[in-house]
Write a protein that binds this ligand. Structure first.
Ligand SMILES: [Zn+2]
Length: 82
């Protein structure tokens, strides 16, 4: 039987001490009390997103011939909430 999914609540960190960097906490969709850290880093007018989940780690090689990364579901969720 499939496990019911948990709502992926996005919380924006209250303190973002590093200029250009915003941190979001995204609840795990499958594991209770687990959160991922998503960071939005804006530098030289370019924005990059990072997440500490395994999915993002496995995807983080840029697409062939481009500079873009494919994003995990936590980043997609944080982007919509940002
Ligand atoms: Zn992620």
């Amino acid at each position: 039987m499939k496990k019911p999914l948990i709502r992926m609540t996005v919380t924006r960190a209250k303190r973002n001490p590093v200029k250009g960097t915003t941190t979001f906490y995204v609840d795990s969709e499958t594991t209770r009390r687990k959160r991922y850290f998503v960071q939005r880093i804006t530098k030289d007018r370019k924005t990059q997103w990072f997440c500490n989940c395994l999915d993002f780690f496995n995807r983080k090689l840029p697409h062939v011939h481009t500079n873009t990364f494919s994003h995990c579901k936590h980043i997609r969720r944080a982007r919509r909430a940002a």
